[in-house]
Design a protein around this ligand. Structure first.
Ligand SMILES: Cc1cc2nc3c(=O)[nH]c(=O)nc-3n(C[C@H](O)[C@H](O)[C@H](O)COP(=O)(O)OP(=O)(O)OC[C@H]3O[C@@H](n4cnc5c(N)ncnc54)[C@H](O)[C@@H]3O)c2cc1C
Length: 348
């Protein structure tokens, strides 16, 4: 038997944040992931604490971003690579009313950290924006794909990453420890994202996963180096390449690209993009969203060494590091998990 403090199941943003948090505290762990290519890697990677439909703050996003950015900077230093791309987001405004709403919201506390309090009237070749743009600052993108790949490579060299499916049937639970194959651990933390329904210990929690699709397009001649948001986001990825999306589908949970999603994105894109473009590919993911749109942190009610970190929803980049810290603080130091994110809120 090999003794470790933790077994982590799932290596998306949640699993990686847990791994880094545990490593900083000198804890030993091993990670299982059967298909890391399908995890957080595919995301747009944006961090933006403002909901751009209504110009309201996203839940705890401002607070957790203060933890997330230094955390990703630590990982940048660890691998001597760049993952954070600070930038701007321009929200296309569609009416005088939206211009007014932007100005009112940008004057509010917290929002003023991100919303520039003026309307930008600028002609951008290839972009239709007759009512101008609202500009967001202190936002950007994290290259989650590269970061996860580098972290996985590092963990593999340390023999801490096992690329295989975790089998729930093989768990043996004792009073203070859990055994899984050749490992004896203090805790197993499950961070399986949208695969949660396969986990017999936590599948009574109300996940309402949302499939999302993105298109990769090439737009020769478009000189835009900031993110544009209208009906969809358009994120620049260098040269003429942009990622556009995303869709929301609450019934289909497959990872297959669909014609209907492509049509939806193209239709929304054509409303503001006024240059010829070529669709060169697509990306598909499933967001681990919970019924009440809050994360899931906590212990199994009967088996206290089985723990969960899930429910990152649509803002995994901002949430993952702060939530990993709250969970490890709880396990290691007995600190409380706030009720609004604690799995106990669903205990009847
Ligand atoms: C189209 C799209 C665009 C998005 N854009 C953004 C964005 O711009 N910014 C943002 O912050 N968020 C974005 N998100 C949301 C973000 O992707 C999620 O919040 C995040 O990926 C959730 O991370 P996670 O680690 O919880 O789950 P995942 O990334 O899904 O990771 C779960 C991992 O668990 C593994 N796993 C599951 N079961 C098992 C098992 N039995 N054995 C072994 N391994 C297992 C899986 O292989 C997977 O690698 C987007 C999502 C989608 C779909």
């Amino acid at each position: 038997m090999k003794r470790v403090d933790y077994i982590i199941v799932g290596f998306g943003l949640a699993g990686m944040a847990l791994a880094h948090e545990l490593e900083k505290r000198g804890k030993s762990f091993v990670i299982y992931d059967h298909n890391p290519d399908r995890s957080s890697r595919i995301i747009g990677g944006m961090y933006n604490p403002i909901i751009l439909k209504r110009f309201t703050p996203a839940w705890k996003a401002h607070e957790l971003l203060q933890i997330a950015l230094p955390f990703y900077r630590e990982i940048e230093r660890k691998f001597n690579k760049k993952y954070i791309y600070e930038g701007k987001i321009r929200r296309i405004l569609h009416s005088i009313e939206e211009q007014n709403n932007w100005m009112v919201a940008s004057d509010r506390m917290l929002m003023s950290n991100y919303m520039v309090p003026s309307i930008l009237k600028e002609t951008v070749c290839g972009i239709k924006a007759p009512y101008g743009f609202g500009v967001l600052k202190n936002v950007g993108r994290v290259d989650g794909e590269q970061m996860l790949q580098d972290y996985k490579k590092y963990l593999m060299t340390q023999e801490q990453f096992i690329q295989e499916e975790f089998s729930y049937k093989a768990i043996q639970i004792d009073t203070d420890t859990v055994q899984y194959k050749e490992f004896k651990a203090g805790h197993i933390v499950f961070s399986e994202g949208s695969y949660l329904p396969n986990n017999p210990y936590f599948n009574d929690l109300p996940m309402r996963a949302a499939k999302g699709e993105l298109l990769l397009i090439d737009v020769p001649g478009l000189k835009v180096d900031y993110i544009i948001k209208s009906g969809v986001f358009m994120v620049p990825f260098g040269k003429d390449r942009y990622v556009v999306g995303a869709t929301y589908n609450w019934t289909d949970k497959s990872f297959d690209a669909t014609v209907s999603a492509k049509e939806e994105i193209v239709q929304k894109l054509n409303k503001f993009l006024d240059l010829p473009y070529e669709v060169i590919g697509s990306k598909v993911g499933v967001r681990p969203t919970i019924k009440d749109r809050r994360p899931l942190l906590g212990r199994h009610p009967d088996f206290h060494n089985l723990v969960i970190l899930n429910g990152l929803g649509t803002r995994g980049v901002i949430l993952a590091p702060g939530l990993a810290k709250i969970l490890v603080d709880h396990i290691e130091e007995g600190k409380n998990i706030p009720l609004e994110m604690n799995t106990t809120r669903f205990v009847k």
